[in-house]
Ligand binder design. Structure first.
Ligand code: ADP
Length: 617
């Protein structure tokens, strides 16, 4: 095909512009990105040659070569990996992958402030334009007789033409380096041997293929996971993390784990210190990198850990799997199932050590990934025992997050249940009338404000020998036998006194509530609504509704606080007023628990009327 000039996709152009004008002071990371691409390209060729015997001849003597020309001020990074076809060049380095464009706005903002994140967005190649005013890519797909020459100065267009690559299959990226500027923070000369050696050592030492410069190999080349942990520095681990996750920040936790005995595999697992930008996207692919006998088989391998541990990044290398293992059938492979079990257990045990040894860091982890981990209680009964001790909550007693174990340690001698309340916002549930009686008895309540909590609590049900009890349930039975007796005496009197009023109120609200009764849980608020024993809690109902499930509304029980002075006035009021006020109280109960009221306008009018009549009296 003849030489063509093509225009970059608008988003690509914008990204290139960002890179070209970046004043970032660690531009050396471009080399990490390009070497990483070369290493990926070699791994792809190695993998494909396993199943395609025509490629076997190309899959030897792998290497990545750095070639410099200080006169012309160029640096080339050449590999003998899989190479690219014409169409692949256009697709891979002219446009931003689909998942990238979707998050473009976020990407643009982040890259402005942190250009080093570029790899995380799957566009690491463009970092070349931080140091080069012109980039030339000469590539040839393994098995093909002709290659492609791509060239761009990053200003809106690129040229592309057919061209045979002298060395055969593979890719050479040549950078025409920008002039060094005195006033610029960047003073590194990327044609200087010493500089390149230092950069390779710093970012790419663990790459398993030789990175050569003038016959000299610059990197250690040994797969990091095979080296004894005692010989590996935290910096090595961190750089390897950045290599596989494209996240330049330091991971919160590193787990280097070798299984020996009946099953042999090595792994390095990481817990990131921050949420990946696309973590919550539905189509976000997650998972570890799977190697078999040092050969890369599959990235984002979701079969190696359960979904509730999807925040873990890392690599697993197994000697027990066949190199021909089908990527599609991994889930059914018995060895994979065993590896998954061992890794799950290892991660959960490590998290336990983590929470016990470094609570402040663990809490950082929890803020990012706690909701994900909690899913485990609902979906995997086998691990509940472990997960339940890794879970943190806010509570009424403590400013710090608390574990269930710590909560139980603080329980009052007369308390035999773990009380919790669910809701959307912490402030709202903290001030909920449902907590009044518990507070007066000194009982601590766990505040569950995460979307998944209602599901979590109904799955966990008990912790040790203690039942979890929602404070919005019908019968709370907070009193001791003695208190109960006293309460009953008091209630008998109150019931007689309030019976006619309760009847009128129930008559007014019979469409909305199942029953109206005197409360023993309120000490300050006049009214609240509780769910009858078998019904879903109001919070759960709202959750299911927000997920698109229309729920038949279960009628609830309205409880009133007979000690509230409001009812003395109400007893004296006319029956028309009693009906009017009953409606207001019902709406208030809804508002207090965070449920929507059906007709806010009508409610406001009723309150206005109340104020007017108060003004008259
Ligand atoms: P990422 O590597 O995260 O996908 P890049 O922008 O660095 O993002 O590269 C885009 C794509 O271009 C790669 O996914 C790969 O398909 C292709 N590519 C880049 N460099 C090479 C190379 N040296 N050899 C073969 N393909 C490459």
């Amino acid at each position: 095909m003849a030489k063509q000039t093509q225009t970059f996709q608008a988003e690509t152009s914008e990204l290139l512009d960002l890179m070209i004008h970046s004043l970032y002071s660690h531009r050396e990371i471009f080399l990490r990105e390009l070497i990483s691409n070369s290493s990926d390209a070699i791994e792809k060729l190695k993998f494909e040659s396993l199943t395609d015997s025509s490629l076997a001849a190309f899959a030897t003597d792998f290497k990545i070569q750095l070639v410099t020309d200080p006169e012309k001020k160029t640096l080339s990074i050449a590999d003998n990996g899989i190479g690219m076809t014409w169409d692949e060049v256009v697709k891979n380095i002219g446009t931003i992958a689909h998942s990238g464009t979707k998050s473009f706005l976020k990407m643009r903002q982040e890259l402005k402030e942190h250009p080093e994140l570029i790899g995380q967005f799957g566009v690491g190649f463009y970092s070349a334009f931080m140091v080069a005013h012109r980039v030339v890519v000469q590539t040839q797909k393994a098995g093909s007789h002709s290659g492609v020459l791509w060239e761009s100065d990053g200003n809106g267009t690129y040229t592309i033409e057919e061209s045979v690559r002298e060395q055969g299959h593979g890719t050479t990226v040549t950078l025409y380096l920008k002039d060094l500027k005195e006033e610029d923070q960047e003073t590194q000369d990327f044609t200087d041997t010493g500089t390149l050696k230092m950069i390779v050592k710093k970012y790419s030492d663990f790459i398993v293929y030789p990175i050569q410069l003038k016959e000299e190999t610059l990197n250690g080349q040994k797969a990091l996971w095979l080296r004894p942990a005692t010989e590996i520095s935290q910096n090595d681990y961190n750089e390897f993390y950045t290599h596989i996750s494209h996240d330049p920040s330091v991971p919160l936790k590193t787990i280097h784990y070798k299984a020996e005995g009946t099953m042999e595999f090595s792994s390095i697992l990481y817990i990131p210190s921050q949420k990946p930008f696309n973590y919550d996207y539905r189509d976000n692919k997650v998972g570890l990198n799977l190697y078999v006998k040092r050969v890369f088989i599959k990235g984002e391998c979701g079969e190696l850990l359960p979904p509730y541990l999807r925040f873990v990044q890392g690599v697993v290398d197994s000697d027990d799997l066949s190199l021909n293992v089908s990527r599609e059938l991994l889930q059914q492979d018995r060895q994979i199932v065993r590896i998954k079990k061992a890794l799950t257990s290892k991660v959960l045990n490590s998290l336990k050590e983590f929470i016990d040894s470094d609570r402040p860091s663990y809490e950082k982890f929890w803020m990012n990934f706690g909701s994900t981990l909690k899913e485990g209680v609902a979906v995997e009964t086998a691990s509940i025992d472990k997960i339940q001790d890794l879970v943190l909550f806010h509570s009424t007693e403590s400013d710090r997050l608390t574990t269930l174990q710590e909560y139980v340690g603080r329980m009052k001698p007369t308390q035999n249940k773990i009380y919790y309340i669910t809701g959307d916002s912490l402030t709202q549930i903290q001030n909920s009338p449902y907590l009044e009686k518990l507070r007066s008895k000194g009982f601590e309540v766990i505040l569950m404000n995460d979307k998944i909590d209602a599901w979590f609590a109904s799955s966990l049900r008990t912790y040790g020998d203690k039942a979890l009890q929602s404070v919005t349930a019908h019968e709370l039975e907070l009193n001791t036998e003695e208190e109960k007796k006293m309460e009953e005496e008091k209630n008998k009197v109150a019931e007689l006194k309030f019976k006619p009023l309760l009847d009128i109120m129930h008559d007014a609200l019979k469409e909305q509530v199942q029953e109206i009764k005197l409360s023993d849980r309120l000490t300050e608020s006049p009214v609240c609504l509780v769910s009858s024993d078998n019904a879903l809690s109001a919070h759960m109902e709202r959750l299911l509704e927000s997920m698109g499930q229309s729920m038949p509304k279960a009628k609830r029980v309205m409880e009133i606080n007979p000690d509230h002075p409001l009812y003395e006035s109400m007893l004296k009021a006319s029956s028309t007023q009693q009906i009017e006020w009953a409606e207001i109280l019902y709406q208030q109960a809804l508002l207090n628990e965070g449920s929507p009221i059906e007709n806010p306008l009508k409610y406001s009018q009723k309150i206005a009327n109340l104020m007017i009549s108060a003004g008259h009296s």
